[in-house]
Design a protein around this ligand. Structure first.
Ligand code: FAD
Ligand code: SIN
Length: 539
């Protein structure tokens, strides 16, 4: 069954910080529908702990934030994207505050905001709401969205594929257009199984990251790279997919999955130790625990492998009990529930997949290589992060680029639709599946071999092996996809396979080590690879 909905102005896919920011700007100029595949609050944004980086303190400067971002990015940041983000960032943070976001103030000077410091930052510049920054940002933005009549949030609605002029032309065996344009999307109502065709003036991907491609991740289950995969299938250019950021300190505990131990703890003096107490980061980098994330994650990985350990430890025992509770209330409470008192005990930690630096290649206004298809937030590759993202730069990037995307679109004249009604979704002979175990099995398989073969340290042989496995999985998913009626899990599995393939393809092309991409076969940077890895799906 396929329902065809009225045309709307802006179709936003995702209700994290990027999607909601865009919606709040664009709704003054047209009707906005925000799709979100679970509850509206469920997003990577919600789990952000450390905060949002911005030049805020009088002793900080734009030049220093730019420099720190460029250093972390290991030669691959686009300087103009960095400058735009850092310069416009403080205004976006002021607007967040005006929307109602309450950031933590200093307890000694309550008129001032408390600023955290994280790895790679030469200054304290991270505004935060205790250690629950994401929850506060989501709360404030949600209240603001609910006030707007022209924003409609449709929960449990999952975008499946983007409709473009090229896709329409192929379907009707007409000549393909010279410049492709986005026209809308097919959307699955996860609760009813119905697929709807929604046409819109512009489609904005704000679908977040893809941490679920890996067995261990800090990301919630929504992070299956749907936007990456939809853009790829639509033929958009994708960039730098090999640069997957592993956060060094995810809690290692048998009862808990995906709980982050914020880098802000290291910013407040946390030390990484081996079981015998040795502070090993000093053996790897002069900046020790505050070196950029790629260096810290790789050092932990090396120690785990060298000594056959399950985890290393974060030592916060220099804090008094009351300090731990005041500075990190959420993390402290969660750890205490598990019987870990950070003021007395070491915290067991391991690295886990955390953030996709690569994504849909966009210009400085968030537009992809397909006209009227925008990508904002983690799904985008704006050039800000280069080969490695500086901590707490992503919430900032999402606000800055969602703002620029909205400004660009509202100033753009509406373009005549290629056709007013999109064709219905063709479900063919699909029937309900009675073998959902196949989806679960393939899903686990992909995540496991991505972790083992395409993780923190790579080799060409392991990447090739992953590529061969992916081909087998792809064939199975392909058959399954067209034989059975769509479910959310099946759509996500197909997306996961596409994202995994993009990561492996890009990693094989980069025959050097740079930033987050480290391969034993080419262990040093090579200036011949000092450019983005740009890929596009050949139809
Ligand atoms: P998200 O917030 O992930 O939102 C994506 C939305 O898209 C969700 O609503 C999801 O349901 C929806 N969606 C996805 N696919 C579909 C589909 N097919 N159809 C419909 N809807 C779909 N960054 C910082 O700057 N500072 C931090 O302190 C920080 N801490 C972090 C801590 C954790 C544990 C994690 C996981 C990340 C952290 N990050 C942090 C990174 C940051 O939170 C994210 O990069 C950022 O929030 C991404 O925002 P987004 O709007 O792009 O995507
Ligand atoms: C953290 O709090 O360590 C996460 C910050 C980030 O990912 O930017």
């Amino acid at each position: 069954m396929c329902k065809v909905s009225d045309s709307i102005d802006f179709l936003v896919i995702g209700s994290g910080v990027a999607g909601m920011w865009f919606a709040l700007q664009a709704c003054r100029h047209g009707r906005v529908v925000v799709l979100t595949k679970r509850e509206p609050e469920e997003s990577n944004t919600r789990y952000a702990q450390g905060g949002i980086a911005a030049v805020w303190s009088p002793s900080d400067t734009v030049e220093e934030h730019v420099r720190d971002t460029l250093v972390a990015g290991a030669g691959l940041c686009r300087r103009d994207a960095v400058e735009v983000t850092v310069r416009e960032g403080p205004d976006r943070v002021r607007e967040l505050i005006a929307l109602g976001a309450q950031f933590t103030r200093r307890h000694d000077f309550p008129d001032e905001y408390d600023l955290h410091r994280e790895g790679g930052h030469s200054r304290r510049r991270i505004l935060h709401a205790d250690d629950l920054t994401g929850e506060e940002v989501v709360r404030a933005m949600r209240v603001a969205c609910d006030r707007e009549e022209r924003i409609e949030i449709r929960d449990h609605h999952m975008a499946v594929d983007i409709v473009t002029d090229t896709w329409l032309a192929r379907r009707e065996t007409e000549p393909e257009p010279l410049q492709d344009r986005a026209r809308g999307a097919y959307v699955l109502d996860v609760r009813t199984g119905e697929v709807e065709a929604i046409s819109a003036r512009a489609v904005v991907l704000a679908t977040g990251g893809a941490g679920k491609v890996y067995r261990f991740t800090t990301n919630p289950p929504i992070a299956s790279g749907d936007g990456h995969a939809m853009a790829w299938r639509a033929g958009a250019q994708m960039a730098n997919m090999e640069f997957v950021q592993f956060h060094p300190t995810c809690l290692h505990h048998p009862q808990v999955n995906s709980f982050l131990i914020s880098e802000a703890l290291r910013g407040e003096g946390g030390k990484l130790r081996l079981p015998d107490g040795h502070r090993f980061m000093l053996d790897y980098d002069d900046r020790a625990e505050l070196a950029p994330r790629d260096i810290v994650a790789r050092a932990i990985d090396a120690e785990l492998k060298r000594l056959g350990l399950q985890c290393v430890y974060l030592d916060m025992t220099h804090l008094e009990r009351a300090q731990a509770e005041r500075m990190f209330p959420n993390i402290d409470a969660r750890l205490r529930d598990l019987g870990i008192d950070m003021a007395k005990d070491f915290i067991p930690v391991v690295p886990a997949a955390h953030y996709m630096c690569g994504g849909v290649l966009t210009d400085l206004n968030g537009e992809s290589s397909i006209r009227n298809l925008f990508a904002v937030g983690e799904v985008a590759c704006t050039g800000l992060h280069g080969a490695n993202r500086l901590a707490s730069n992503s919430l900032l990037e999402a606000c800055v680029f969602a703002h620029r995307a909205a400004k660009t679109l509202v100033e753009r004249e509406d373009e005549p639709p290629r056709r007013t009604v999109l064709p219905s979704w063709d479900a063919g002979q699909a029937v309900d599946s009675d073998e959902l175990v196949v989806v679960t099995q393939l899903w686990e398989e992909v995540r496991q071999f991505m972790w083992n073969y395409v993780g923190i340290v790579r080799t060409t042989r392991r990447l090739e092996r992953a590529r061969r496995r992916l081909k087998l999985v792809r064939d199975e998913v392909w058959n399954y996809y067209w034989d059975f009626r769509l479910t959310g899990d099946l759509v996500e599995l197909r997306n996961l396979v596409d994202v995994a393939e993009m990561i492996v393809t890009s990693a094989l092309r980069r025959r050097e080590s740079r930033g987050l991409h480290y391969t034993l076969d080419y262990p040093s940077p090579d200036s011949r690879f000092l450019s983005d890895t740009v890929i596009r799906r050949e139809h």
